[in-house]
Design a protein around this ligand. Structure first.
Ligand code: IPE
Ligand code: IPE
Ligand code: MG
Length: 239
């Protein structure tokens, strides 16, 4: 059972394990990506129904460009297919779609479709779905530093808050919870700045097997956490 009071506002998911899911079944890796895309739909729907404000899905890292070109091309095709299919659901559920990352590296038709989807969903009132595509946290920070320099900001004017407004996630709350599937316990360059105080949840489950129930378990686990942000618990005895 989920307690309604402590639903995380922003959840980030590092969707990992598609390749291993396929390899375990003697299937080509891309089959795992295809099944993974089905989970994306299910988890997005669940998150929006739970009243989560922002869901960020790490779908493709800058480092992932190093993969064999056939895998990259098929992933891009899958992304285009998914986006085109989901647009009607975004409109129906009032989802605002945004993409973060070096989008100029994506195939041009996908860039166009992302722009169109962002425009069409911009005035929706429901959950914000952020797709991290050709995204990496360090790269985002360096791009932000370049924007700060170009804007002529003086060192004494720069604060953590103002710096955040130069990141791709400008105006968006930091993730309360970051989930990573597939048993790997690392961030792999996901939200390096924004994740400073995120609660982390790792599961052995491979992404194509990450169901709505597993998602609920992660949120339930989050609800037991004591987030201190460097201070002491509200209920703790003073020395
Ligand atoms: C995650 O699954 C999807 C992407 C990174 C695009 P992987 O493709 O990394 O699957 P594994 O980790 O090899 O099993
Ligand atoms: C992280 O997974 C990136 C995404 C899920 C998009 P990877 O499979 O690329 O990460 P590593 O190589 O295991 O660190
Ligand atoms: Mg992986």
């Amino acid at each position: 059972m989920l307690s309604t009071g402590r639903i995380p506002k922003h959840i980030g998911i590092i969707m990992d394990g598609n390749g291993r899911w396929a390899e375990l079944r003697g299937l080509p890796r891309i089959e795992g990506h295809r099944r993974g895309a089905e989970r994306v739909k299910e988890i997005t729907r669940t998150a929006s129904e739970l009243g989560i404000k922002v869901l960020t899905l790490y779908a493709f890292s800058i480092e992932n460009w190093q993969r064999p070109s056939l895998e990259v091309i098929t992933l891009m095709k899958l992304l285009e297919f998914y986006l085109k299919k989901q647009l009607s659901e975004f409109m129906e559920k009032g989802i605002v779609f945004k993409a973060i990352g070096e989008r100029w590296r994506l195939p041009e038709d996908i860039q166009d479709f992302i722009r169109k989807t962002e425009e069409m969903t911009a005035s929706n009132k429901g959950m914000t779905l952020i797709a991290a595509l050709s995204y990496s946290g360090r790269n985002e920070i360096v791009r932000a530093v370049k924007k700060v320099i170009n804007a002529g900001i003086k060192p004494e004017e720069l604060t953590e808050e103002s710096f955040s407004s130069y990141l791709d996630t400008a105006g968006c709350l930091a993730p309360d919870l970051i989930i990573r599937t597939s048993g790997e316990m690392r961030l792999s360059n996901f939200m390096i700045w924004q994740g400073a105080y995120s609660e982390l949840y790792f599961t052995e489950t491979l992404w194509p097997d990450f169901t709505k129930d597993e998602f609920m378990l992660a949120i339930q686990d989050y609800q037991q956490r004591d987030r201190r942000f460097g201070a002491i618990s509200a209920g703790a005895n003073a020395p």
